[in-house]
Design a protein around this ligand. Structure first.
Ligand code: UDP
Ligand code: MG
Length: 138
């Protein structure tokens, strides 16, 4: 289980036609897709997902943005998944993301930054179980 991470392709990337290219980068980097769904977060669900950031100044806008259109949620598997995926997506702020990273290639701004990636094994499990049933994650 510790070789899994959770990701979302965020509304800006979906709206701009980047689902295919982003999934290709994920596959090329050696991740296996364990579970995947195309869905739309209501503000309540986006707020719950990002509750850890509730006190941050960007929280309200983030919730609005994350519920502004469809997303793709997925559980990914690979050795050292959490750390390797964070490397693949690059820094939160795309202007600071390394060349060739997903955020460097596809993000629009620090908020609309194309993808989510879990920051720990524990959060990968929590976030994956928010979107997928036990059976889907088996
Ligand atoms: N975010 C934002 N403004 C900021 C920092 C973050 O809008 O100054 C958004 C951005 O979409 C980011 C998300 O909030 O991906 C969660 O922030 P976090 O610091 O956890 O960044 P991440 O782990 O996604 O790199
Ligand atoms: Mg984070």
């Amino acid at each position: 289980m510790t070789n899994r991470t959770f990701t979302m392709i965020k509304p800006d990337a979906v709206a701009n036609g980047h689902i295919g290219p982003i999934l290709a980068k994920i596959n090329e980097a050696g991740f296996r897709i364990v579970a995947m769904k195309y869905t739309h977060l209501e503000p309540e669900k986006a707020g719950f997902f990002y509750a850890v950031h509730k006190e941050r100044p960007f929280y309200k806008d983030l919730v609005k943005y994350m519920s502004s259109g469809p997303i793709v949620a997925a559980i990914l598997e690979k050795e050292n998944a959490v750390e390797d995926f964070r490397k693949l997506i690059g820094a939160t702020d795309p202007s600071k993301a390394a060349p060739g990273t997903i955020r460097n290639l596809f993000a629009k701004s620090i908020e609309a930054n194309a993808v989510h990636g879990s920051d720990s094994d524990e959060n990968a499990e929590i976030e994956g179980s928010f979107f997928f049933s036990q059976m889907e994650r088996f």
